[in-house]
Design a binder for this molecule. Structure first.
Ligand SMILES: [Zn+2]
Ligand SMILES: [Zn+2]
Length: 239
């Protein structure tokens, strides 16, 4: 049931009194509980990316004439398709950062709901990109698992929460070349289940170069998966 606006306004006011928060995008006082700390207006500015992108890795293009990027033509990734809700910028990037780095765990609900508009094409298992034990200890939760859980519950696709494990810690990928990223992730992930014949949707929050998605997909295919599609909230610009 929808609350009357006065009631939700009162709750937002009380919450702000108890836990004062400002919208990280526009710096106004947060006026909603659902997507706080983002305000309602900034949340509603999150739009699905409708421009051209690579059919395989989802990297956004400037032109509508191309279908597959040169990187995917030269070195086809192990996953067959990437579905991202939006671009990693503006309100969507701020929402993901609040969720992931500032520990606003409840944002997995509205963010997870964005993933529901993407069609994973008959996937029969959802597998989140795992964190290492150390990463999990530092963050306290796996953001990809929370998102995958939301999609699983709403779409009725089985969640295989421990389908992949991250067996060792890796250095942050920022600033590394494509070759260095691949080397950094070598042997970092392991499939813990038999995925024979399964069509897997691999869930992550952001895809940047696709190196993590590729490393995870390789392990899923090795464990028998028939196909892997990647499902992410946001696609960061050029690899
Ligand atoms: Zn705002
Ligand atoms: Zn591509």
């Amino acid at each position: 049931m929808r609350r009357p606006p006065e009631a939700s306004g009162l709750i937002a006011h009380l919450l702000n009194h108890l836990f004062p928060s400002r919208c990280p995008v526009c710096d106004s006082a947060t006026d909603t509980v659902r997507c706080a700390p983002l305000c309602r207006s900034c949340w509603s500015s999150i739009k699905r990316y409708a421009g051209p992108s690579c059919s395989r890795c989802g990297v956004p293009f400037a032109s509508r004439d191309a279908h597959t990027c040169s990187a995917c033509i030269l070195h086809p990734p192990p996953f067959s398709k990437t579905l991202s809700y939006g671009l990693y910028e503006a309100s969507l990037a701020e929402a993901i950062n609040a969720f992931k780095f500032k520990g606003v765990r409840r944002l997995h609900r509205p963010l997870g709901d964005l993933l529901l508009s993407l069609d994973p094409g008959g996937a029969d298992a959802l597998v989140p990109v795992p964190l290492s034990l150390e990463g999990l200890r530092l963050r306290g939760f796996n953001q990809s698992l929370l998102l995958a859980h939301r999609v699983s519950r709403k779409r009725g696709i089985a969640l295989v929460m421990d389908g992949l494990v991250k067996v060792r810690d890796t250095h942050p990928q920022i600033g590394l070349s494509a070759r260095e990223r691949a080397a950094n992730l070598k042997g970092a992930f392991r499939a813990e289940r038999d995925f024979s014949g399964k069509r897997v949707a691999l869930v992550d929050d952001v895809m940047t170069t696709g190196a993590t998605a590729a490393a995870c997909s390789r392990q899923l295919l090795k464990a028998g998966a028939a196909d892997v599609v990647v499902l992410t909230l946001a696609r960061a610009g050029n690899p």
